[in-house]
Write a protein that binds this ligand. Sequence first.
Ligand code: ADP
Ligand code: DP6
Ligand code: CO
Length: 324
Amino acid sequence: MNKSITARAHTNIALIKYWGKADPKLIIPQNSSLSLTLEPFYTDTTVQFLPTLDQDQISIDGQLLTNVAGLRVREFLDLVRQRAGIQTFARVASTNHVPTAAGLASSASGFAALAAAASKAAGLELSLPELSRLARRGSGSATRSIYGGFVEWQKGHNDADSLALPFQENIDFDIQMIAILLDPRPKKVASRAGMAQVVATSPYYAAWPPTAEKDLLAMKAAILKKDLNLIGQLAETNAMKMHATTLSANPPFTYFEPETLQAIEIIQNLRNNGISCYYTMDAGPNVKVICSAKETPAILAQLRQHFPADHLLVAKPGPGIAYI
Ligand code: ADP
Ligand code: DP6
Ligand code: CO
């Protein structure tokens, strides 16, 4: 006990999106989802439970969080304490090597790293599926960041069976992403608030869970066939079906910015010129291009005519959690 533990977790981008909760408290989703863990984007989190503390002390990127901002992390620590049968407060220091709250899944790497570090620091020895379940309580997408490669979050029905499993950890075909950083600022509507508003008000939401489940089956088949074009097409249409539910919410909103549409058009033009590339966006304006490493130079050359070179980040598939 009282050991200082550091864990690293990578972010993941969903090819089939998690969108909408069946149980907001336990974070049970309305649909299963599938993601790709990314190598260059990650969070390092150090946790130490210290009897000398009279409250949790939480910092992200060197900034001490206030009581309000730190609430989500403190509630998560409460879960860990409950499970470990301890009452000690913790010092948490986390560094995001990914923009925070910009639609690049900082909540996924953030809560996966916190789950791994906090559980071990509290003396728990959890299996990977158990860690996935625990990370889920912090952020739904964190469920998947426990593993590398392609990961499936099986929605399940309750706290015990809603967890992620590796779908294909070692990817043996040519696929990667280019993240286009259009706007690194925190988004106006957090993922949590956005999906809750959609579930509560969009008349189109009812169509989402069944169509996402269908897309998931097709995606798994496409991955097994190593069919990059089919993977890209499915991811693109799935993402756009998700974003359509924000426009139809009340009040309506969108995560897109003008540059998001500009990036989409560039990708479409590249495709019309015979280059295989597809786009996906999460709850944020930044666009992720799905493509092969082989065609990445040609795609980058085109993107550089419109966006600064240092805003174009090539992301290969990444690994699961690790203790460092
Ligand atoms: P994103 O697109 O980055 O996942 P979200 O709106 O889903 O954006 O989540 C952002 C929230 O995730 C932050 O406001 C914060 O509460 C939490 N978060 C981000 N990074 C970390 C971290 N390293 N440790 C703990 N929580 C984090
Ligand atoms: C659009 O996992 O960030 O990125 O569970 O409320 O923390 P909470 O939300 P979060 O939502 C991610 C939504 C998404 C799609 C996805 O990652 O599957
Ligand atoms: Co998130």
